[in-house]
Design a protein around this ligand. Structure first.
Ligand code: NAP
Length: 291
């Protein structure tokens, strides 16, 4: 049977208009889960600012918000660059005022055995996923401290922050840093009215997944639902609902927490897990050679 299916798209546990007049900035909201999160805030009345690098992603995010009738602004932004982040916040402020909610969703990832990982691959993923997440949170915090206004930050994480992630050493290490950062910032900024939480998705397939990630997923059993204790994968709206709850007036006392929305999949461990297959074999790679 598994866990029950969620209510349909368009439903919400929060009162209509919960985010009326509230500006929500979501990094990487032109694709995948970021877009799903932005849509749920938009349904509840938020004005949305989408920050990412590629024009086609910004256009896709804008179209999704237009379809919901939500006010939207897009900002070309590389979260590795503090000046680029400041410009995105300037654009947000000009359009809607200082964002009251930040969803730090943008990240980079691709599977690669650690021994094959180039220094550049490591640096790129850590630079975007860990450094970029901090730089955006820092900009948000500084502007709110200067304005003496409250706010809410949600950093999107991954469950391999706790477990490690074979084939994803760079991203897992970066996400562990992101989770730890939530805990530091929540304590530092609580006195100034800024709530900081983490939010972790389980397997939530979507059409924007990169070719690398799709290929990685395709190596597992095609019946993905059966691989989950919930007997089903997650949906983007369930993840978006969790984000809208965490930043809402009903969750203000929840801070420094990282919430996992994955049907308990990451806890599915035992002394008799399936046979160990080295990551090189899983990825169809031959023996390692120094070249
Ligand atoms: P995705 O579709 O690949 O989206 C990543 C987004 O980040 C893109 O919109 C991309 O936009 C943006 N981005 C990447 N580098 C950037 C940079 N340097 N500056 C600004 N924006 C940048 O990924 P997703 O599956 O939706 O994942 C969203 C979040 O959930 C990530 O934090 C990911 O680690 C986490 N997650 C997802 C899953 C899952 O099952 N999907 C599981 C665990 C964790 P541009 O290319 O336009 O910059």
């Amino acid at each position: 049977m598994g866990l029950p299916a969620p209510p349909p798209l368009g439903a919400s546990a929060l009162p209509a208009g919960t985010y009326d007049g509230v500006c929500v900035l979501v990094t990487g909201a032109g694709t995948g889960l970021g877009k799903g999160i932005a849509e749920e805030f938009a349904r509840l009345g938020a004005s949305i600012v989408i920050a990412s690098r590629k024009p086609e992603h910004l256009d896709a995010g804008r179209a999704a918000m237009d379809a919901l009738g939500a006010p939207v602004e897009t900002a070309t932004c590389d979260i590795r660059e503090p000046e680029s982040i400041a410009a995105a916040f300037d654009a947000a402020e000009a359009a809607f005022g200082l964002p009251q909610v930040l969803v730090n969703n943008a990240a980079a990832n691709f599977p690669v055995p650690a021994e094959d990982m180039s220094p550049n691959a490591w640096r790129t993923v850590v630079d975007i996923t860990l450094n970029g997440t901090f730089f955006v949170a820092r900009e948000f915090g500084r502007r709110h401290l200067a304005a003496d206004t409250p706010g809410s930050v949600i950093n999107i994480g991954a469950s391999y922050a706790w477990t490690g992630g074979p084939g994803f050493a760079h991203s897992a290490a970066a996400k562990a840093g992101v989770k730890n950062m939530v805990e530091s910032l929540a304590v530092e900024w609580g006195p100034y009215g800024i709530q900081v939480n983490g939010l972790v998705p389980g397997l939530i397939p979507h059409e924007d997944m990169t070719a690398d990630i799709q290929e990685n997923l395709s190596r597992a059993d095609p019946e993905k639902d059966a691989l989950q204790p919930a007997m089903r994968v997650g949906t983007r709206r369930e993840f978006g609902w969790a984000a809208t709850f965490l930043a809402s007036p009903y969750a203000q006392f929840i801070t420094g927490h990282t919430l996992v929305v994955d049907g308990a999949n990451w806890q599915r461990r035992s002394m008799t897990n399936p046979t160990v297959v080295p990551i090189r074999d899983q990825m169809g790679k031959g023996p390692f050679t120094l070249d």
